[in-house]
Design a protein around this ligand. Structure first.
Ligand code: ADP
Ligand code: MG
Length: 232
């Protein structure tokens, strides 16, 4: 039987008539699968956002949480590198203002306060549901690699750890992960583990129609999922 905490996450979304999970809900689900996510807190007020930022530690990233806004940057809903309490208060107001300008009807659930992950190599892991084969995993490098070069690999879930390792080796730009051209190398076993755990999560949660970890920031010894989206 799956963890009742998972049922609760999907129930809240269904009760609110949402067909997607907010970033913080998706990350709560990921954490139950031991996937590496950033520390987060949804703050309904400026004071609570300041409190959360101090608990998590600066620098901080602020993001909009609204049922009408799926792509947060498009709505001016992401501010990275906030350094102090005043920055949290200014950023909070700015994101609310931007969201209203983007969509006058946008309801604002709160502002997501999160730990800012250090710079790393941008990785994307995604999934779609194939009408014949079911949940299918995708792996690639972020930015132009996925958007322009479509340099990605696919596998139908469930996958083994070995399949995960193969998916990583299959992308054309794999040398970047090995640290080509002076780039720091990425820890491939961590990335394979993310794929493998995501596969398990997809198999156990048929509610997930589409999933997006975009980006995952990868480092020489670890990785961190900084954005997450799940369509139900
Ligand atoms: P969107 O909904 O627009 O995809 P993201 O959550 O991906 O919003 O944020 C936009 C960008 O901000 C990311 O691609 C990443 O570069 C940066 N970012 C977001 N969250 C963090 C974080 N916790 N640490 C560091 N950078 C982040
Ligand atoms: Mg994103």
């Amino acid at each position: 039987m799956r963890d009742p905490k998972i049922d609760e996450i999907f129930k809240v979304a269904k009760d609110e008539d949402r067909n997607f999970l907010y970033e913080h809900e998706a990350k709560a689900l990921f954490a139950l699968y031991d996937l590496p996510v950033t520390q987060i807190h949804v703050a309904p007020t400026e004071d609570e956002a300041v409190e959360a930022a101090n608990r998590i530690g600066y620098p901080i990233v602020l993001k909009i949480v609204s049922p009408q806004i799926l792509h947060k940057s498009d709505a001016g809903g992401v501010i990275v590198g906030v350094e102090d309490d005043q920055g949290i208060r200014d950023g909070f107001k700015k994101i609310v203002k931007n969201a209203k300008a983007y969509n006058a009807d946008a309801e604002i659930t709160g502002i997501l306060v999160q730990e800012m992950a250090p710079n790393g190599t941008e990785i994307i892991v995604g999934s779609t549901t194939d009408p014949t084969f079911g949940p299918t995993l995708m792996f690639g490098l972020g930015g132009i690699f996925v958007e322009i070069l479509k340099d990605v690999s696919f596998r139908v879930a469930p996958i083994t750890e070995r399949d995960a390792a193969e998916m990583i080796e299959e992308i054309k730009a794999v040398k970047i992960l090995d640290g080509a051209r002076g780039m720091p190398p990425c820890h491939k076993p961590t990335l394979a583990e993310i794929l493998h755990k995501t596969s398990k999560m997809l198999m156990e949660n048929p509610e997930i129609k589409e999933l997006d970890m975009n980006p995952i920031l990868a480092y020489p010894d670890s990785a961190r999922i900084v954005d997450a989206r799940i369509i139900m």
